[in-house]
Design a protein around this ligand. Sequence first.
Ligand code: ATP
Ligand code: MG
Length: 393
Amino acid sequence: MKFTAFLIKYAEIGVKGRNRYLFEDALVHQIKFALKKCEGKFLIHKTQGRIYVDAEGEFDYEEAVEHLRHVFGISGICPVVYVEDEGFEKLCDTVVTYMADVYPDRNKTFKVHARRARKNYPKESMEINMDMGEVLLKAFPEMKVDVHNPDILLNIEIREKIYIYSEIIPGPGGMPVGTGGKAMLLLSGGIDSPVAGYMIAKRGVKIDAVYFHAPPYTSERAKQKVVDLARIVSRYAGPIYLHVINFTDIQLYIHEKCPHEELTIIMRRYMMRIAEHIAKETECLGLITGESIGQVASQTMHSLIATNEVCELPVYRPLIGFDKQEIVEVSEKIGTFETSIQPFEDCCTIFVAKHPVTKPNLNVIRRHEHNLDEKIEELVKTALETAEMMIVE
Ligand code: ATP
Ligand code: MG
């Protein structure tokens, strides 16, 4: 049986009134973006509060499903068969073929659920349910009807054409990207930050990203890895504007002027400041990091106070209560893990102290930052001016 379309199901909680249009329009937009990379031509349309993806001509079914499974806001993807209305008997024949093809295992219960969107169809919904149920029972004596909890809910929708569907492939859930504003992700080459970006994008937030690159201490390959990670996240989040900041001079200057055990904290404070600067310029409503309490010295509660205090915008840390293993599981699920574990240093060891502070004292940190007064403003300005921006999709 050849599927010719998909009915897109979405959770409708919170999408009443005007929000509903915003939600649906954003969803249609994201579906278009996702299918652009897919072989075949697709027409996406909203009809009576439903979204359909019609394939125009040949298309790769598996590939299309795979792409749709990346679109936030979709709770389920139903592959649909369209047939012309050539009378009820012909329809029953088609439905029998459909059931035989889609359910080779006949040991199942079913229920026919007809909907008449076109009211001039000669049979009423209830009649269709009964009559078609009977035909199916005759064709498949092993099957049984269960009206309360069927294994197969066979939907028959009478429109200009007749739509047949029963399978629901789970979607990723969440909200369509674009319905929730925009945030700036601090994206490193590690396991955590791509997962953090994915999680916030899942709530409908568009993602921009910033990566702090420190050549020659971090290699071109390390930067390429970040671009690759952004590309994987963009399969869910849509195109990502990735800002690459040359951080070398700032890092070297901090290294020269500040105590080594505070290097990471002070470095992280400058990352946050610069990220926030770009975020504000690009209308982002918050920052996102992959931090999780206690994972490393710079992510203890004390250290987080130090990195948090330099920003005005909210900092979203969706992994804050996750164990590493839980983060790894999500990264495997979303497909970033293999790239994240490629062995390109994302931070040169000269910048990592043997015994970094785990309980930084804010006053001490602030005082040591004053060691940077002479040049830091100029260095930050240069870093911002020489930032490279690329659109990753
Ligand atoms: P990740 O696995 O995300 O790299 P991590 O465990 O290595 O995280 P840190 O290096 O302490 O942790 O970084 C904490 C967070 O700071 C990262 O999740 C990321 O959001 C941000 N970050 C760290 N390094 C960079 C960088 N070079 N460029 C951009 N953001 C960074
Ligand atoms: Mg890291």
